[in-house]
Design a protein around this ligand. Structure first.
Ligand code: AQP
Length: 332
């Protein structure tokens, strides 16, 4: 029996970070055997926010390197760049005809990201239509599930709504994809206040060196109650514990740090050193592999070409079906 299809993606809007890793990639890696997995580098999405076009090609390349270095290798899944399959944009347009505009304006990501446009600069309509493009990404492959972090749950709800609207109007074409939330639903940044994001400067990069990581980790906020080394704290109020330790540090060390925080038996710097050791155990192999494949440009580009060819075949079939359902039939 054919495996169920899983689709997901990350924007090449900056350096991939441990929020992307815990909220998306780690979850994807667990699905490689059970599902037919398609993972996209969503560059059409990345250009909906202000960006530098000179940097985009390198960002796309680095995202591909990070995917492959994390274990999303072409032998086990399909990795491709969104703009290599322009059918994504055609389907977005077609789905836009069954998407109420009010639904787009109520998306929290739209409201948050619209604020990033400078004062006086009008918000691009592409940002408003972002969730329709995301629905097109998923429905083009008739994906059964979409593994994402919590921030994307609202968009996934809208994707199902769009699929229902389409099916009701034009006949049963699309399955309704399930939201597959990761355990690490929303990793906060080093500021301890906002979601870790590529664009907020509050991230730990997936392929940063140990020196760069420690430089960021050492001064990062902990439980504000722990002003002096002898102050007792609450690990549940410490972002270092709830966002990072919890996911990277295995049981005996995790419990030792939590207890040490409650009793002031361990200082914040020593507690961070424990985390740093486990962070390195997870990230060193990814960085080393990235360093190795970064220079093997043909290997990386071949993987992306192979992915695009596979996706184009599926996309062409779906687009033909959608066009026919909507009355755009071949005239000869
Ligand atoms: N902090 C996070 N915690 C958990 N999951 C996260 N994801 C992103 N940040 C976190 C998950 O990663 C996948 C890809 O996200 P994306 O890069 O396409 O979009 P984003 O969420 O907008 O990522 P950033 O880093 O915040 O990018 P910018 O700064 O460019 O907007 C998704 O599954 C997401 O849930």
């Amino acid at each position: 029996m054919a495996k169920k299809v899983i689709f997901s993606g990350i924007q090449p809007s900056g350096e991939l970070h441990i929020g992307n890793y815990l909220g998306a990639i780690q979850n994807w890696l667990r699905m490689l055997d059970e599902y037919d997995c398609i993972f996209c580098i969503v560059d059409y999405h990345a250009i909906t926010a202000p960006y530098d076009q000179k940097e985009l090609p390198q960002r796309v390349y680095e995202a591909a390197v990070a995917y492959i270095a994390s274990g999303l290798v072409p032998e086990r899944c399909t990795v491709f760049v969104q703009s290599d399959v322009p059918e994504h944009v055609e389907l977005e347009w077609l789905l836009g005809t069954v998407t109420p505009i009010g639904d787009l304006f109520r998306m929290t990501q739209y409201k948050d990201k619209a604020k990033d446009f400078a004062q006086g600069q009008s918000v691009a309509s592409g940002l408003l239509c972002y969730p329709i493009l995301q629905a097109a990404d998923i429905l083009l492959y008739k994906a059964h599930g979409v593994p994402v972090g919590e921030d994307q749950a609202q968009h996934l709800e809208l994707t199902r709504e769009i699929a229902r609207n389409f099916n009701r109007r034009f006949g049963e074409v699309f399955p309704e994809p399930a939201t597959m939330l990761s355990e690490a639903r929303r990793i906060l940044g080093l500021d301890g206040e906002r979601k870790m994001s590529k664009s907020l400067g509050n991230h730990i990069g997936l392929t940063e060196t140990p020196e760069q990581i420690w430089e960021k980790l050492r001064p990062a906020k902990t439980d504000p109650a722990r002003v002096r080394r002898t102050d007792k704290g609450d690990p549940e109020k410490c972002n270092i514990f709830t966002s990072y330790h919890r996911f990277f540090t295995p049981a005996p060390d995790l419990e030792r740090c939590a207890e040490g925080c409650r009793t002031a038996g361990i200082g914040c710097i020593d507690c961070k050193k424990v985390l740093f050791t486990h962070l390195r155990a997870a990230l060193d192999p990814i960085r080393e592999r990235a360093d190795e494949i970064r220079g093997r440009r043909d290997y990386v580009l071949d993987a992306l070409d192979q992915g695009a060819r596979h996706c184009k075949e599926i996309a062409a079939r779906t687009i033909a079906e959608v066009r026919a359902a909507m009355g755009m039939v071949p005239r000869r």
